[in-house]
Design a protein around this ligand. Structure first.
Ligand code: SF4
Length: 63
């Protein structure tokens, strides 16, 4: 999503999740039953954004 990419690109480099880890996080979300239309049903965040911030955590401890 372009809008989310824009938000991530606006973050300072050190706050952005490095690419391989970002991919790993999204892979977990993609197989998670709580993912609904790109949103995490537990925290209500767009997972593309949440996973892209290096300090973020999955609310269920999956990443
Ligand atoms: S953030 Fe965690 S609970 Fe939410 S969709 Fe991703 S893996 Fe599932």
């Amino acid at each position: 999503m372009d809008m989310i990419n824009g938000y991530l690109e606006a973050l300072p480099e050190e706050e952005r999740t490095p690419d391989p880890l970002y991919r790993e996080r999204l892979d977990v979300c993609e197989t998670c039953s709580r993912l609904q239309n790109g949103l995490c049903a537990v925290c209500g965040c767009f997972v593309l954004y949440r996973a892209g911030k290096t300090s973020s955590e999955c609310p269920c401890g999956l990443w």
